[in-house]
Design a protein around this ligand. Structure first.
Ligand code: IPE
Ligand code: IPE
Ligand code: MG
Length: 260
């Protein structure tokens, strides 16, 4: 829906009306941001929280349906215990300080990943925050926590196999849709745009199935420096893309398709 606020923002930022429905971001480069300033890595993570606040607010105002912010991967447990503990602490602080802001902006919080791995206190805080925002109807903000794309696929396959074994599903009836609907992202729209900050050219076990036809925008900007102008640049970049989905002509007329 085009609210007057959205229309004003589109005009101000010279954006076309068609925006991605779902943006996913690999928020990377916090450690390098801190290192450049001779600060401990956690200072970079702390600074990154300000970028999160700004990008969430803007995404809501622009009327995006979903924003998935890769916050902590399964592999991130391999980091030094002190950094992991500080990251968990920061997550708790983020939830405490941001939930009122999310409520004020009609944002609904969700999570994907193995959240049972989180320290119990953090898990509880997360559950409560999700509950507190569960009736909101604006932007869906998804925080992957202890997330692994491969693990999510393995979990989906296990569920499908169990249904087959129980005789509820024929092997021949397993389609792409069965898999899509068994993933933790089943309720979200297709990922139209993937952004990765800090210039790394890899997917790092994020949304492996879901990124099949996403547009990629990789920027050298480090996550704590990634603010409104960078997000707008990514959206503008998206709006120049011709999405062919394997065909020969760009598909027009749908929200997720583009023609110049
Ligand atoms: C991203 O920044 C934040 C998390 C993965 C939690 P990094 O901590 O990976 O920062 P770099 O890549 O070391 O600069
Ligand atoms: C990806 O960043 C994970 C998150 C942003 C949460 P990493 O910094 O962990 O990824 P690699 O190690 O560079 O692949
Ligand atoms: Mg990194």
């Amino acid at each position: 829906m085009e609210t007057p606020k959205k229309a004003a923002l589109l005009k101000r930022y010279r954006l076309k009306p068609h925006l991605p429905r779902h943006v996913a971001i690999i928020m990377d480069g916090n450690g390098r941001w801190a290192k450049k300033r001779h600060l401990p890595r956690i200072a970079g993570h702390r600074a990154g929280a300000f970028s999160i606040r700004e990008i969430v607010r803007l995404s809501g105002e622009l009327g995006l349906e979903a924003l998935t912010l890769y916050a902590f991967s399964t592999e991130n447990w391999k980091r030094p215990p002190r950094e992991v503990a500080l990251l968990m602490q920061l997550l708790k602080q983020y939830l405490r300080s941001e939930v009122p802001e999310l409520l004020g902006n009609n944002v609904r919080l969700g999570t994907i990943g193995n959240t049972a791995d989180l320290p119990p206190k953090i898990g509880k805080e997360l559950k409560e925050s999700i509950q507190a925002t569960s009736h909101y109807t604006g932007l869906k903000l998804i925080l992957p926590l202890s997330y692994s794309g491969r693990a999510d696929l393995a979990r989906a396959v296990k569920g499908i196999a169990a249904k087959v074994k129980a005789g509820k599903l024929k092997p021949s009836a397993v389609t792409e849709k069965t898999i899509t609907q068994s993933l933790s992202t089943a309720s979200l729209p297709e990922v139209d745009l993937l952004i990765r900050t800090s210039g790394e050219m890899r997917v790092s076990n994020f949304l492996l199935w879901e990124l099949a036809y996403s547009e990629f925008h990789i920027t050298p900007t480090l996550w704590p420096d990634f603010r409104t102008p960078h997000f707008i640049a990514a959206l503008r970049d998206f709006q120049t893309r011709q999405r062919r989905f394997g065909g020969v002509e760009s598909v027009t007329g749908s929200v997720t398709s583009w023609a110049r």
